[in-house]
Design a binder for this molecule. Sequence first.
Ligand SMILES: [Zn+2]
Ligand SMILES: [Zn+2]
Length: 340
Amino acid sequence: MRAAVFYGAGQKLVIEEVPTPVPTDGELLIKIAACGVCHTDLHYIDHGVPTFKKPPLILGHEASGIVAEIGEGVKGWEIGDRVLIPAVISCGNCEFCLSERENICANQIMFGNNVNGAYAEYVAAPAKDLIHLPDRLDLKKSSIIADAVSTPYHAVKNRGQVKSGDKVVVIGCGGVGINVVQIAAALGASVYAVDLSDSKLELAKSLGAYKTVNPLEDVEYVRNLKKETGGGFEIAFEAIGNPKTISDGYSLINRGGRLVVIGYTAEEMTFSPARLMYYELEMIGSLGCRPADYLPLIEMIERGKIKLEPLITGEYPLDKINDALDELRNGKALRSIIVP
Ligand SMILES: [Zn+2]
Ligand SMILES: [Zn+2]
């Protein structure tokens, strides 16, 4: 089969012929319909974040497809079934898996990181972790549910615990942040969207943001938003991964408020523990999504409460994957999908 192979930081992905995986016991072979291009890939390619499996490695962790082959002992799946492949598979046995926190499984395996991913024609994956996709959903566009939509869903629903009527601020409206906006809005929150790009803010508005803020036009936006909201927000989400914007999110929450960090940064930062203690603030992280979240999430998409179409700004064949990564680098693309 053909695949886009990562050989190391600072190098373009190489399209080449590699052996097609063979499904072992309990696995399905999936013919990939599409795979979303994620910032995480740029962390490996541009920023030197090491992958768990040493290169050469096939990247790609946000995929949908069709069952092409069924391994020994698999029940409940047929050839041709439509399938969503979660970005991460969990062990099912550790203390975190056993307490329904599979997203922080101590032995988790991520596609395109621990094992070969879906910038390829085929992927083999354990059947127990795969999700049936309803016929009503577009197979290719649904690929981005596996990370760009499911990660925000967990952040908003389980970590942020957003409820109807909450005032929420989302800093960063890229592929992940934009879905924090639309999911929090769908749950009835008043969402303030913050981004440096006016086009991303326009999209945020069309997906339910109550108000949009561009810090380039309002450099004092933290102070101004606190004033406008009478002290700040119940919940802030940081979806960039930058100490400055994490700090802004922390400043933007009101007494008793909660900051949820979804963006990744390896940098250190400082914050005021006095504020944390005195105002009973919460500062928490959010990683991926639990298997139990996929069903209610897919239902929201089926009912049109969460939209996929406006999120996908480009579709590229496997040969053009480096162009898709360039688009993401220069901030033009929101979410591109690769169709191998
Ligand atoms: Zn991702
Ligand atoms: Zn586990």
